[in-house]
Every structure is written in structure tokens, then in C-alpha cells.
Write a protein that binds this ligand. Sequence first.
Ligand SMILES: [Zn+2]
Length: 417
Amino acid sequence: MSGDYEFLCNIYGISGASGRHCCLWCTITNEELKIPRTTRQQGTITPRSLATLSQKYSEFEADGSNLKKAKMHDNVIGKVFFDIPLSQVCPPGLHITLGIFQRLFNLLEEECHQLDLSITEPCTTNSGMSFRDYLQAKSTITVTEQEQSVLTAELNQAQQILALLLLNSPNPQHDIRVQNVTRLIHSHSTKISTNNHTIVQNKRIVKQGFEREDGIFVKSLERAMASFHVERQVYHGGSFVGNHIHRALKPENIKTMCNSVIATATSLNNSALQSKADEINDKFMDAFNLFAQCHTIYDSNTLLSNAKINELETAIDAFLRFYRESFTATVLPKMHMLEDHLVPWVKRWKVGCGCMGEQGAESLHAMFNNVERAYNNIVDRIERLSVLLQNHHFKLLPANKSLEPPPLKKRPTKPRD
Ligand SMILES: [Zn+2]
């Protein structure tokens, strides 16, 4: 049995990855995900089976089938569809890869965004419009505020001088010094009020922020991804596809991706940014490489030797240890599947997810979409679907074609007199 996680949850009747007991194979809770497998308290988490799933479903039904109470029944809310034991359900390798890669990438992008936010000098090249406007506004505020403090000090001084002049001058109305000081006070007050207006306007722009992808660090990360043909438009909507990740997880591409942060910081010539960029580069190089080591083994479609399986187990533990130590982000249910359920599966069946996972079924999407395009002109939806299925059937088993009745022969038309 294989499929994406949502499908597996549906056919085994559990409420899904967001439930309190999110795992299909065991009853671990969301809070327990953050504890490493080796230090977790033994006995509190039990493996699920078809029998426990059925029992929990009966309890859920007896309790009024109230979805709010699902967590009291290990999040079992539906009947098991097929009598296939959980030991024969392949962990969704492709979706584990997609989920974990997306998480690591989001964390890297967020670090880049934070660096973008910390830049203060205006820079115009290699970034998007909204980011340039944002930096310009930030810089205008700094310059104007400095000017304001000088103007305010001068204004205070001038007001004091004016007071003294008014007291000492015999004819203040015709005193040229009084006139000069009054003129200065007037021009300074006008300038201060204009500046206040400028500051308010620019603060509004800074408050609005900028488009995340316009920032110089995020943009150069995007450019680094594009250099190995993972384009932003393609993963529009925030998700990658399997092929992108295969490419992105190659050692040289991981390097390109992470080094882009250092290259950008160097181009800005700011030492504080450079040391932060070095830190980010080191952290993400390690994280992606450790994950790539796991991915290469579990994603394979060959028989795995015991030595290879042990290597996988060590690689998974090393990745999860590093993730927990280096990031404050939560441990995803998919990371738990990787940590707890992938190795037992591989040990039992000796093959990776490339062979028994959901990838084969996923490729049907593309096949169906291609065929569907050819029959787009059929208006009736049911007829279109039936032709689509028929076509798919013939592709799978060409012998079926011989069962199709031959087309009726047209009667020869009578020649006209
Ligand atoms: Zn589990």
C-alpha cells in the first residue's frame, strides 16, 4: 500500500497530520515529536494496528462521533478501508522529502529575509523595487532625524537669544539682530515641520515593509536556485516538486544555494552581515547535506544491504539530532516518520521508497493530465472521463484493444442517377 499521507490517513481513518496523534503507525502526540527517539519515555507510545484502529473507531462512534473529541480516541475518526496491515504501508518517501526540504528551505529563506531587514544602507543593485524603496525610506528617516536634532538645538538657542535681545534692545522692532534671529526661527520652524512630515511618510513606507522576494538576500538565493534550473515560478505557491529536490540536494547545488548568502554579504561590504552570513552558510550546508545523505538511501529503488540500512539509520539520527540542536522550529510529523518508521520498513522489506513508495502512483497525475488534454473537446464530463479511463486502460494493457468491437462498416452509397 502506498500513497501520499493524506490518502493513507483517509483510507485508514485517522484525522491527519494536524491531529494530536498525527502518526499512522503509532500513537505519538504532537508534543512528543520534539523528543529524540532514543530518549523518549518507553511505553507511552504504542504502535497502531488494524485491530487498535478498529477498536478506537468503535470507541469514537460510541462517544457520539464528535470530531472535537477525536484526540481522546487517538484521532481515529473513520473505518479502515482495506484489510492491509500497517506493516505493509510504505512510508510516503516522496512526500517526506518534499515536506522536509520545504521546511529547511523556508528556514533558509527566513534567515535571508532577516538579513534583508537588518540592512540600513541604501543599495540599488540586485534587488527588487519594493526593497529599494524600503531602504531609501529607512535611510531618509535616519538622515532627516539627524537634521532634526541639529535644527531643534539651533532653534532653542535662537529662542533664548531672542529673549535676551528683546530684554536688552532699546528699540527691538528696528533692531537688525532681532530681525535676523526672528527670520532664523521662522525658517527653522518651517523646516522642522516639513521634516516631521517627511519622517511620518517614510515611516509609513518602512512599516509597510517590502516584498520578501525583492530583498537582496532572498533574491540572490532565488538566483542561485535558478542556476540549477529550479525556478521560482515553477514552485509558485510555495511548494517544490520531486525533481527540483533531487537537483537541489546534489552536493554542488547545496553549496551554490548556501554560498549565495556569503556572496551577497561580501558584495555589501558589511562585516557584521558577513559573519552572520558565514554562520547561516555553515548551518544550512550541514543541514542540507545531512538530509541529502538520508534521502539518497531511502529514495533509492534497489535492494538495500544491511550495511546500507545501518548507514541510513545513522544518517537519519545525525540529521534529526542536528535539526533539533540547530533550529527552534517544530519537528514535523514527516520528520517523525523518517525517524521512527522508515528504518523498520526498510529493514523488513529491504527496499527503499523509490521502489514501493507513492512515486509511481504520483506519475499517473502527469499521464492522466496529458491524456485529458487530448479529450478536452468532449463536452459531456462523464463521457470525457469514460474515454479517459478507457485510454488509460489500453495503455496499461494493450491486449484489451482486441476486445473492442470493430467499427461498423458503412453501407456503400448508391451512385446517383
Ligand atoms: Zn509514529
